[in-house]
Design a protein around this ligand. Structure first.
Ligand code: IPM
Ligand code: MG
Length: 355
């Protein structure tokens, strides 16, 4: 039986994951889903349970799983810990240990939610972008890094570094995604200033020769940020480095009106994946039954589709989410001031809409 490891994490993580597990239960009992799940401590919760954000037992379970579903990590009570003990380090460690180098972050707008976008509805209607972010390299992991005293002056430094094979594999991953979608790929870099981007552009262009059907373009990251808010529908798939992807994916997420709606997948080369909502742990609203569980539930759908070989069950979840939105049900983040339902009620509505 396929194994799904579940990491509730911190903040709103546990409550949105709980709703996601009610969806798993419903799929098991009503639609014969065969899937084993187990929960493990991670992030701040990992630190509380075992003294570090990625406990050994949790990493071992993730390494044996077919897919990992994470809620969210981080919270103010952990911000003053030594850097290596902070929840975010656990997440970076997990991505890196499992070599989840290809991060797929869709930004799509449900027609019912066009009014929740901060852009005019006519600019975002029908928006459907996929950002492919390199996730295990670049400035996040490059060395040397640190803070040291140089000639009596405290100095902080990081290194943005990509090797040709690292660029090649993320490029192949992005071209494959583009082939399965609109066949347009925009590679985002800063090749006018950075050598690392110069190499990035050269290698992406070379890999592109293997995908003649995909129309490849290149854009500098500052322009890409501008274009995302000027005319976001010009994009189909975007591929970029770790740091640029971190920034651009939050921007793209906001175009859809609610970051609370967006799932993501991080894949390694053999299809194992880490699935997580794009949003964070939102400690300010944790435990109040107001968080939107849909990004977590849609992350489960991505896990079923990309790592668990259960595309029909994934379709079932995505249809149910569309159905509850069509019924007018909204959590506070997407209610636009109108009446809102809670986290648990939204989870129950999705379960009821499964068919
Ligand atoms: C994200 C987050 C993480 C990142 C943090 C929590 C380490 O912002 O997944 O985008 O920067 O990758
Ligand atoms: Mg981010």
């Amino acid at each position: 039986m396929k194994k799904l490891v579940v990491l509730p994490g911190d903040g709103i993580g546990p409550e949105i994951v709980q709703q996601t597990l009610t969806v798993v239960d419903a799929l098991r009992t009503r639609f014969d889903l065969a899937l084993e799940t187990s929960e493990h401590a991670f992030g701040g919760a990992g630190y509380d349970a075992a003294g570090k954000p990625l406990p050994d037992e949790t990493l071992a379970a993730c390494a044996q799983a077919d897919a990992v579903l994470m809620g969210a990590v981080g919270g103010p009570q952990y911000d003053t810990l030594e850097r290596d003990l902070r929840p975010e380090r656990g997440l970076l460690g997990l991505r890196s240990a499992l070599d989840m180098f290809s991060n797929l972050r869709p930004a799509m707008l449900y027609p019912e939610l066009a009014a929740a976008s901060s852009l005019k509805p006519e600019l975002v209607a029908g928006l459907d972008i996929m950002i492919v972010r390199e996730l295990t390299g670049g400035i996040y992991f490059g060395g040397p890094r640190g803070i040291e005293v140089r000639d009596g002056v405290r100095t902080g430094f990081n290194t943005m570094v990509y090797s040709e094979p690292e660029i090649e594999r993320i490029a192949h991953s992005a071209f494959a995604v583009a082939m399965a979608r609109g066949k347009r790929l925009c590679s985002v870099d800063k090749a006018n200033v950075l050598e690392v981007s110069e190499l990035w552009r050269e290698v992406v262009t070379r890999v592109g020769a293997d995908y003649p059907e995909v129309e490849l373009s290149h854009m500098y990251v500052d322009n890409a940020a501008m274009q995302l808010v000027r005319d976001p529908r010009q994009f189909d798939v975007m591929v970029t480095s770790n740091l640029f992807g971190d920034v651009l994916s939050d921007c793209a997420a906001m175009l859809t009106g609610s970051i609370g709606m967006l799932p993501s997948a991080s894949l390694n080369s053999d299809g194992h994946g880490l699935y997580e909502p794009v949003h964070g742990s939102a400690p300010d609203i944790a435990g109040q039954n107001v968080a939107n569980p849909l990004a977590a539930i849609l992350s489960l759908a991505m896990a079923l589709r990309y790592s668990l070989g259960e595309a029909a069950q994934a379709d079932r979840i995505e249809r149910a989410v569309g159905e509850v939105l069509a019924q007018g049900l909204r959590t506070a983040d997407i209610a636009n001031g109108a009446d809102a339902i809670g986290t648990a009620e939204m989870g129950s509505a999705v379960v009821a809409a499964l068919n």
